[in-house]
Design a protein around this ligand. Sequence first.
Ligand SMILES: O=C(O)CC1=CCC(=O)O1
Length: 104
Amino acid sequence: MFYLVRMVVSPPYGMPPEEFERLKAEEKEVGIRLQREGIWKHIWRVAGAYANVSIFEVDSVEQLHSAISSLPFFPFLSVEVTPLVPHPSSINPADNPLLKEGRA
Ligand SMILES: O=C(O)CC1=CCC(=O)O1
């Protein structure tokens, strides 16, 4: 199952910069691990905002929640989740499991 996830980062006002930098480094580590595990397929910075849009591929919404809530920035994130289904006109096997399985 694919999900479009938009995350807006809002660190609390007054957070000491060194604590913020530590959390940011941990966030990057977890983000890279989830990409290497194949769950976090794409991540893009939203131009002009401290936000990202991402594509996750997971087996369940519980797995998605577990991944997102494992992020060190989680307490400071506004997260919007949109479930996706393959588009019938997609010719990209990565986006369309039917193509990947040779069934379309
Ligand atoms: O900077 C962000 O958009 C938040 C974030 C998620 C994974 C990562 O490395 O940073």
